[in-house]
Design a protein around this ligand. Structure first.
Ligand SMILES: [Zn+2]
Length: 402
């Protein structure tokens, strides 16, 4: 019963080799047994011949356990000669179904290489199995209800290799991952989305950073989706401009040395001595450009507290102030904001951000660090689906043991 055996299968041999730390179970069927055709399901087929197969099973205490059997090939009137399905393993796998269930539980909790070592299997075989289950679970996933998406990139390896992640913002799950970060990734997403029952026209809202590639990809592939530019990303650009002002000014104003973080963090996240430093440096008599840039940043952040019908007027005022600040980096970022005006203000309608993707990204990067990187982009993509795809692997242990 533990092996998931059903008639006519029975255990006919049990060899225990203490020196090799190995348990071998031989399975067989009695003469005269009939099998259903694995393709059309027609029962009562006579074995035509048999093929010898071995599967790795759960360890029996510290001993590696293997099942082996001669698997019949039946000659079905409709389908010809077919290898029958066995109840303890899925077709083509060298692991029993129970062992696969254990391995899947392990790879969700630890790096694949660690799981492989613990379970006594080769990395490559474990990756192949994992990829099979991820692909199978993805095939069944429905994207039919998706109306809000977010897209972002994450790095695979050092050396500027990236994958793009497309997420369902309502269900906080990764829908699609593909290599690259250009506009073509949106085309690939759209194809995959349709293959999962998704309706591109039903996507009403899309959130991105201000990457020209994503913007143009979304505009051409999903013209019906309103674009919102992620507000954390917008703030990041403003922070970079503030930092640039400080860097330039620091050359003549030594009091700015070691002040970088006090301008970039929010006040409530500063330590007491940093608050004091900030208060000193922002005193009007110092007349620091950095302090003016900092106030522009603080004022910009108040945008998000405006009532929707006041937001645009607020942003216009800010834009005027920034462009008249005589601070080049601030003027530059203000014009970037002007070029993305509609998508920044869209937040007041859509209320979407890429916060979910940021969260997914940190999970993925943490897994990558634990695994000390992945050998291939394909493996990296498999892991992203495993940890952030919200895929259903529920029937894993029983699917093939009916
Ligand atoms: Zn058949």
């Amino acid at each position: 019963m533990a092996l998931g055996l059903t008639p006519p299968w029975q255990v006919v041999r049990c060899e225990f080799d203490a020196a090799k730390k190995r348990l071998d179970l031989g399975l067989d069927f009695p003469r005269g047994s009939l099998f259903p055709c694995p393709k059309c399901g027609r029962g009562e087929c006579k074995p035509h011949d048999t093929v010898q197969r071995t599967w790795q099973h759960l360890n029996f205490f510290q001993h590696e356990a293997y099942l082996s059997a001669r698997v019949p090939r039946v000659n079905c009137d409709n389908c010809g000669i077919k290898l029958v399905s066995v109840p303890w393993a899925r077709p083509g796998s060298g692991f029993t179904a129970l062992f696969e269930a254990l391995l899947m539980a392990m790879v969700r909790a630890m790096p694949v290489s660690t799981a492989a070592k613990l379970a006594g299997v080769r990395d490559k075989r474990l990756w192949r199995m994992l990829e099979h289950h991820v692909n199978e679970a993805r095939e069944q996933a429905s994207h039919a209800e998706v109306t809000k998406i977010g897209v972002d990139e994450t790095s695979c390896r050092r050396g500027h290799k990236y994958v793009s992640l497309f997420a369902d913002l309502d269900k906080a799950r990764v829908l699609f991952v593909t290599e690259g970060k250009d506009a073509a990734t949106v085309t690939a997403f759209k194809e995959d989305f349709k293959a999962h029952g998704g309706k591109p026209d039903a996507i009403e809202e899309a959130c991105t950073d201000m990457s020209p590639a994503f913007i143009s990809g979304l505009s051409s592939e999903l013209p019906g989706a309103e674009q919102t530019y992620d507000k954390f990303h917008v703030l990041k650009l403003i922070n970079e401009a503030v930092d640039e002002v400080r860097r330039q000014e620091q050359k003549d104003r030594p009091e700015l040395k070691k002040s970088r973080y006090i301008w970039l963090k929010n006040r409530q996240n500063l330590k007491a001595f940093q608050v004091e430093q900030l208060e000193q440096l922002t005193l009007a008599r110092h007349n620091l450009k950095t302090a003016r840039a900092y106030h522009l940043r603080l004022n910009f952040q108040e945008l998000w507290q405006q009532a929707p019908d006041q937001a645009e007027a607020f942003l216009k005022k800010w834009f005027f102030w920034a462009t008249h600040s005589r601070l080049e980096p601030m003027k530059k970022v203000a014009y970037t904001i002007k070029d993305h005006w509609r998508g920044i203000l869209r937040w007041f309608e859509s209320r979407i951000t890429n916060g979910i993707l940021e969260g997914i990204n940190s999970l993925v990067q943490a897994a990558k660090a634990r695994a000390r990187g992945y050998r291939t982009t394909r493996n990296f993509i498999t892991i992203i689906y495993l940890i952030a795809g919200k895929l259903d692997f529920g029937k894993l242990a029983v699917t093939h043991s009916k």
